[in-house]
Design a protein around this ligand. Structure first.
Ligand SMILES: [Zn+2]
Length: 116
């Protein structure tokens, strides 16, 4: 890991509280808001607003290629622990979420995909 990545991770860790039970790194800073697709950690880096979990993942594992998105295996939106993130295709992520929603009696994946 190079110094630049180390420095960015150190910045992220200042705003994170580690949940020792789940191992989640719970973000305490700004988020993308309360709307649909909201509630995800956001930070400002070199004048750009970025998703924090993406930042920690890239710092740890390298670049996220193509249209892959990151899915939380722990399902905690505010978690930015790269060990709790998995690279998936958009469709795969949606299907998994759809499956999770179906389990709790909700299903909104298709509408969201149509709207995007
Ligand atoms: Zn987590």
């Amino acid at each position: 890991m190079n110094d630049c990545r180390q420095a960015i991770l150190a910045r992220v860790m200042k705003r994170v509280v580690i949940d020792h039970e789940t191992g989640c790194w719970i973000w305490q800073g700004a988020t993308s808001g309360n709307g649909r697709g909201g509630g995800y950690p956001r930070m400002c880096l070199d004048g750009q607003t970025l998703a924090v979990h993406r930042v920690t993942f890239v710092c740890t594992y390298g670049y996220v290629r193509g249209k892959k998105t990151l899915d939380h295996t722990c399902r905690a939106r505010l978690c930015v622990n790269p060990d709790h993130l998995e690279m998936v295709t958009n469709r795969g992520n949606c299907r998994r979420r759809d499956h999770a929603l179906a389990e709790v009696g909700l299903r909104d994946c298709d509408q969201r995909e149509a709207a995007e």
